[in-house]
Design a protein around this ligand. Structure first.
Ligand SMILES: [Zn+2]
Ligand SMILES: [Zn+2]
Length: 381
């Protein structure tokens, strides 16, 4: 392996990031991304581990006699047409790295390079997880079911975040991000002519009542000091002006920051939907999808990562937020820390104008590398 200077490594990582940004791939379809990451790691002499998954890359550095720490970067992009105007904009129509996962990949590649260089000094094993399908298709669960975190003692991840400089790292012990659940509801009534509503059971009036009634959960049932959101994001009913339709549909999502609130909202949701339907003489068919749990940082590990990260960056207390990340699935199994690293820009993720400053890659790389070494040291003791 040729030894790269710090500057040469950073330049190399930025060019990799630009390549991934120009060639984004959707969840479960990260074939070229997988091939490219594997090739880079192999060229650096890093061992790629077997997997039953079609995408995602798993690799290891160090020796398996000590503890194992896993480093996780997500690798998928989004179905968004890029409008950011950056020189390395997406070359794939309708697909964009609008969540900045390209910067996560480059950061983890950089850490892999550095860790490989001091491999003999490592007090254990570092496992690299280039995770497929964070945005969709339950990538973390696929990785867990593939056995990739078996024998792993701790896991580290991060997300780039706007409105913070690239030297800033947000860390919080305990719950950081919200749990995410989804619902779909179909109301079934009896269709009729618009002039004779008494001959049917109107699903449109019932739909309006459902929308209003559900808003009372967040305002009247949630503890005012606990975060929770219920959003109805899509409604549909009828298709012309003189027929009252026999069905109406709505769907949306619930975000909560505690297990208790999550349970409470779900229970109230079923009651409110069913009783409101009954009051309007229609029936409700509810499909509820339990999504990712809350990102919940292990307190002891968070203190270690906070201490180590403050040696090379400015660490701030991360506020709680209701966006989700399937990193939470790993934390249900093993202790982990998920931080936020400033991306030096202002536009939020999942936006066609999203940008992230290349300079954050160096910080992301250092976060992974230094904390992996430190955690292995701590786990040895
Ligand atoms: Zn995203
Ligand atoms: Zn993301």
């Amino acid at each position: 392996m040729t030894v790269l200077s710090n500057d040469a490594l950073e330049k190399r990582l930025i060019s990799y990031r630009h390549y991934f940004h120009e060639h984004p791939e959707l969840a479960d379809h990260e074939f070229n991304t997988t091939k490219t990451i594997s090739k880079i790691l192999t060229d650096w002499g890093i061992t790629i581990l077997p997997t039953r998954l079609a995408t995602g890359v798993f690799a290891e550095i160090g020796n398996s006699t000590g503890p194992t720490v896993a480093l996780r970067a997500d690798i998928d992009a989004l179905p968004i047409q890029e409008k950011s105007g950056v020189a390395f904009s997406s070359k794939i129509d309708g697909i964009m790295h609008a969540c900045g996962h390209d910067t996560h990949i480059a950061s983890l590649l950089g850490a892999a390079y550095l860790l490989k260089q001091h491999e003999p000094a490592l007090k254990g094993r570092v496992k690299l997880i280039f995770q497929l399908s964070e945005e969709d298709k339950e990538g973390a669960l696929q990785v867990i079911n593939d056995g990739q975190i078996d024998g792993v003692d701790a896991i580290l991840g991060f997300h780039n975040t706007p409105n913070h400089g690239v030297d800033q790292i947000g860390i919080r012990a305990g719950i950081t991000n919200g749990a995410i659940d989804k619902f779909k509801v179909t109301l079934q009534g009896v269709g009729t002519h618009a002039s004779t509503p008494d001959k049917g059971q109107d699903t449109i009036v019932a739909l309006g009542a459902e929308i209003n009634a559900l808003q009372s959960i967040a305002s009247r049932n949630l503890d005012a000091f606990q975060a929770g959101v219920l959003s109805i994001t899509h409604v549909s009913a009828g298709n012309t002006w003189n027929i009252l339709p026999d069905t109406a549909f709505f769907e949306g999502t619930v975000r909560t920051a505690s297990k208790q609130m999550r349970k409470l909202i779900k229970a109230r949701f079923f009651d409110v939907v069913n009783y409101t339907a009954k009051a309007h003489q229609v029936t409700a068919n509810i499909d509820w999808y339990d999504g990712d749990p809350s990102v919940n940082n292990d307190a002891k590990l968070a203190a270690i990562v906070r201490d180590e990260s403050s040696k090379f960056a400015t660490v701030y207390e991360q506020e709680q937020r209701l966006g989700s990340d399937d990193f939470a699935c790993y934390q249900e199994k093993i202790p982990g820390v998920y931080a936020n690293i400033g991306n030096g820009e202002k536009i939020s993720a999942h936006n066609p104008y999203f940008k992230a400053d290349d300079a954050m890659i160096k910080v992301g790389m250092t976060y992974f590398e230094r904390n992996a070494i430190r955690i292995l040291d701590e786990l040895q003791q």
